[in-house]
Design a protein around this ligand. Structure first.
Ligand code: PLP
Length: 348
């Protein structure tokens, strides 16, 4: 099987952990694993003196946790809605009755930052919700500019970095981000099942709300102080996370991983030019390539599965596909993938 989705092709040594016997988790050994994972995660995202919560639950669970515990303590949110993941922030605000400003950005377009500034000046939100990389289109937003606006208007910044962590340069310290969210099946490229919240030191002692039992920050913090989780963890994935983090640190940290992702991306984008597939994103992230083919009836998607046991992701627009660069992939594998897509798209 070849996988260009989330996760992509796994490192065999990480995958093998999933087949091992599962140890009991209420032990000092498991606590030590989680304490070590927390320190490595904080280092990789540059969050000095910060804290994490590692949940058993997908990324949307952690987004929901942020709304329940944090955004609900604020007066007004501003939501960047530039695709299906931005729209999820908006949906969550509606679900929890949060007063929010809907800032819509057209598909695959960058934010008009001058217009955003005017909107912030007029609306005066006190918390800002966005994605770093809108995975549905491949568009990367400019965190430096967003961060400068949040500082100017004293707005707390919360960023969903689920598909940019370890793929794009990112520093919570430099951008003054209060909370970041990621999950295991994206940049970390291990099985889905865990999501991670990063809290800046500025939030130490913050009076969080308590509006959802499972995701409650205080309950999770008090257990994580000793490396434990309040409820049954997906033990194997916590062990895979720890092994993957150790591997990342040993290989040269986030810079080496970002360089690898960028190389795969550059290789595949050159193939897109060769076969005439346009990349619509105004500022495309290297994490994935979203590209427009001439295939209007999912021949490529189905053909890849049926003929080649290969997975890529369809998008919202006919003929638009996404290939993730977060998993392991060689130049030769990408050349073969592009050739197969080209052949399938050309079939009548
Ligand atoms: C994958 C992803 C999510 C989370 O989706 P889940 O299905 O809950 O894992 C959220 N935001 C972004 C930007 C993503 O790429």
């Amino acid at each position: 099987m070849q996988s260009y989705v989330f996760p992509g092709n796994l490192d065999p040594s990480i995958a093998a952990i999933g087949a091992q016997p599962i140890p009991y988790m209420r032990t000092d050994e498991f606590s030590a694993v989680n304490k070590a994972s927390e320190q490595m995660l904080l280092q990789l995202i540059h969050c000095t003196g910060g804290r994490t919560i590692i949940y058993t639950g997908s990324g949307t669970g952690a987004m929901s946790a942020v709304i329940e515990n944090y955004v609900s303590t604020k007066k007004k949110a501003l939501v960047i809605d530039g695709g299906s993941f931005g729209h999820r922030w908006w949906d969550l605000c509606g679900y929890y009755g949060i007063d929010a400003v809907h800032y819509e950005v057209p598909f695959a377009k960058d934010i008009d930052y001058a217009d955003l500034e005017a909107r912030m000046a007029a609306e005066r939100p006190d918390v800002f919700l966005c994605q770093h990389h809108e995975t549905s289109s491949g568009q990367l937003f400019n965190l430096e500019r967003i961060s400068a606006l949040c500082r100017k208007f004293s707005v707390s910044l919360v960023v969903d970095v689920i598909s940019s962590f370890l793929c794009e340069p990112l520093s919570m310290d430099a951008y003054g981000i209060d909370i970041c969210i990621t999950s295991t099946q994206k940049g970390l490229n291990i099985p889905p099942g865990l999501s991670i919240l990063f809290f800046s030191k500025a939030l130490d002692g913050y009076p969080f709300a308590r509006k959802g039992y499972y995701w409650d920050f205080e309950t999770n913090f008090s257990n994580l102080k000793r490396g434990q989780t309040p409820f049954s963890p997906a033990t194997s994935i916590y062990l895979q996370l720890n092994a993957r983090l150790k591997q990342l640190m040993a290989e040269g940290g986030e810079d080496k991983n970002i360089a690898d992702v960028r190389h795969r991306c550059d290789t595949f984008r050159a193939l897109c030019r060769k076969y005439g597939w346009e990349v619509p994103a105004e500022v495309p992230s290297v994490a994935i390539t979203g590209f427009q083919t001439r295939d209007m009836d999912r021949k490529v998607f189905r053909g890849l599965i049926e003929k080649y046991d290969t997975f890529i992701m369809p998008g919202a627009v006919p003929g638009f596909y996404r290939v993730s660069h977060m998993g392991l992939q060689t130049d030769a594998e990408l050349e073969e993938l592009a050739l197969h897509i080209h052949e399938l798209e050309s079939q009548a």
